[in-house]
Write a protein that binds this ligand. Structure first.
Ligand code: ADP
Ligand code: MG
Length: 427
């Protein structure tokens, strides 16, 4: 139960001095500004217990760090912000803003990943967590499942799908409004950080790819602050691309973690099972492999098999051509057509060589690509999860190979060398 808290005896003088320093000529002025009674102000300034909410409000007005001016011995009842992980927050919807979070009543697989992510956040105190991977691999679904699983450990949950908000300022205003219990309504990052320190807040920003690619975007700046400042909250974000800045932060800060998703055979298989298709277990797993265990690609192909092959996997596999339906083609187009020529050349080479390719093979087989451009391209393909490395060798998903073979025609060597590297952002 939250009850009251008081200033420790050795801090009473400091607290009284803060009154003048912060422009309050009298206790009455502070009472007027905060809307609290004169008795509460007097109790606070003389080291008598006041309610936790009043204590927090007064510390805010007087620019005092609550942890510095009280000690655990003097906390009459534990404030919820310093509860241990095992305690549950009061069951109040007032603290939850799930925005447009998706329904995850049908969630399969990714169990190892979930355990790992949960432990990073709850045990290791991870402050910034990035989930990366190709479209449809299940980033949004996994982030939602994770947040639902750990929500009881947080005082506030704030979810936003970035493309659905008008601007960064609107998003940050909504966030501040929630974590301040609707007392504040300005786009003020400093105030957000204040609350992220005072409370355990879980923030989820989904589909950040476009905004992260802009180096100086406000989202980039905010994420950097979340990673580098001291607080007890966690921000989870999803993106198709892993920005360089995040790998840099991750290498130097233990509170920053990221996970690249490459599909889940359990999720893919369960999705096929849920539709009662005709076929053996082996054929179902073959289907999963062909579509890289990517849940969205599996959903699309299952749909097509139902419509075109009466739900018979065998008939589909027997025609020996991978189906790249309209929906699938659109999904791949979003991620592959924005590549520059050199990136396309590399993808084409990997796609047309059935053997797995090492990086040295790749470099040797494409000698006309200037080395520095080659390495930049490999780095970017990696950050976008477009090429997959297995024991030092590169490979692609069969369905991606199919698409590339059809769509990417190699350019004449001279044209490629003379062309400057141009990058554009995926949708
Ligand atoms: N673990 C899973 N279990 C069941 N369905 C999943 C799972 N992961 C993804 N899906 C389904 O696949 C589709 C794409 O998932 P989504 O999370 O939106 O991918 P991403 O965010 O990586 O583009 C959604 O329809 C979702 O319901
Ligand atoms: Mg998504």
């Amino acid at each position: 139960m939250l009850k009251s808290i008081k200033v420790s005896n050795d801090r009473i003088q400091q607290v009284n001095m803060a009154l003048g320093v912060n422009g309050y000529p009298s206790q009455r002025a502070l009472a007027y500004d905060t809307g609290l009674s004169l008795a509460t102000i007097s109790n606070f300034l003389t080291g008598k217990p006041v309610s936790y909410t009043s204590f927090e409000e007064l510390c805010r007005k007087l620019n005092l760090d609550w942890q510095e001016i009280t000690t655990s011995i003097e906390v009459i009842s534990t404030p919820h912000r310093i509860r241990t992980n095992t305690q549950k927050k009061p069951n109040s919807n007032q603290f939850l803003d799930w925005g447009t979070a998706i329904d995850i009543s049908e969630f399969y697989g990714y169990s190892q990943e979930l355990t790992q992510l949960q432990s990073w956040i709850l045990q290791d105190g991870c402050r910034l967590l990035g989930l990366f991977g190709m479209g449809g691999v299940g980033k949004t679904t996994l982030a939602t499942q994770l947040a639902k699983q750990i929500q009881d450990q947080f005082d506030y949950i704030f979810w936003r799908s970035v493309p659905t908000v008008l601007s960064f300022d609107e998003m940050i205003t909504d966030m501040l409004s929630l974590v301040s219990n609707y007392k504040e309504n300005k786009p003020n990052i400093n105030r957000v950080i204040h609350y992220l320190r005072a409370y355990r807040c879980l923030i989820i920003l989904d589909h950040l790819e476009t905004d992260l690619d802009a180096f100086d975007s406000k989202y980039n700046h905010f994420i950097q602050i979340i990673a580098e400042t001291n607080h007890q909250s966690c921000l989870i974000f999803t993106s198709r691309n892993q920005p360089d800045e995040i790998s840099l932060l991750e290498n130097w800060l233990s509170s920053v973690r990221s996970l690249k998703l490459f599909g889940s055979s359990e999720a893919a298989f369960s999705l096929i099972q849920s539709k009662q298709l005709l076929g053996t277990e082996k054929q179902k797993y073959e289907l999963c492999d062909l579509y890289g265990n990517n849940p969205l690609k599996i959903k699309i192909v299952v749909n097509a098999i139902i419509k075109l092959f009466n739900g018979d996997i065998n008939k589909y596999l027997a025609q020996n051509t991978l189906l790249v339906s309209y929906h699938l083609s659109r999904l791949l187009e979003q991620q592959l057509n924005c590549l520059c020529d050199i990136e396309k050349q590399i993808m084409y080479y990997v796609a047309t060589n059935s053997q797995l390719t090492t990086i040295t093979d790749l470099a040797n087989k494409l000698p006309h690509i200037p080395r520095c451009h080659f390495w930049q391209a490999i780095e970017r393909l990696n950050l976008r999860s477009l090429i997959q490395e297995k024991a030092g060798k590169y490979t692609l998903q069969p369905v991606v190979i199919e698409y590339i073979m059809e769509q990417f025609k190699p350019k004449p060597v001279l044209e490629l060398v003379n062309k400057e590297l141009t990058y554009s952002n995926p949708i």
